[in-house]
Design a protein around this ligand. Sequence first.
Ligand code: PGA
Length: 260
Amino acid sequence: MAKEAKTRNRIIIGNWKMNPVSQKEAIKVFSSLADAVGKKTKTAKVICPPFVYLSELKKIAKGKSIILGAQDVYPEIYGAYTGEVSPFMLRDLGAQYVIVGHSERRAMGETDELINRKIKILLKEGLKAILCVGEADYDETGAYLEVIKGQLLSALAGVPRKQFENIIIAHEPVWAIGQNAKGADTPERFQHNSIFIRRLLTELTSKNIALAIPIIYGGSVTIKNAEMFLRAGEADGLLVGRESLLADNFAEIIKIADRL
Ligand code: PGA
């Protein structure tokens, strides 16, 4: 049992992706969730809805314990960037966390260089960055670890040490994400991968800084496997896709994290 793991508070993040289909539905899911999770708990709870729902959800989140996040950002403050959204705008709409480098965005052509710029601007602007890293394929010789290493080092290149406290690393194996996935990874493998990631973070910063960075698991998380990842896998939290749109299930995952 890693003693230091206890010093990191757990964080459960819901990534709604391009769902639900209407603002009315988004309000409904968010309100039920806020009611189901109740008051402040020791686990941090974040929902990352589509940008367009943020301002309405900000009103509901007021006085509630769920924090808002976003699923992406553009690495400039304002200007001629048609269709993009800046860190300022996100902060103004109540987002405190932003997902960067999700595999679905990488698949749309997002480069390591762009991800690095996004991470840097978010941290500079005082937002928290949820950096997603993950391999497309698992292999027993560990070649996939080089993929994780490459993504991590390029995303964090040039980030000042003192800003690492606002970073969360989500390991999401691409093969474990979404409806057509083979299913979730195993807690044992997550634990190994998170040690590997923390080792890299130590080399980039210092032992103390690296030990404070939450490393969370994502990919087909459900109420059935959440506890395994948090307990046996010693995950500092979870990044939940589909299941975060089911208010009762997501609330249950938060309760599981709170009980540990
Ligand atoms: P999933 O998505 O839980 O639906 O597999 C996870 C993610 O993409 O963050």
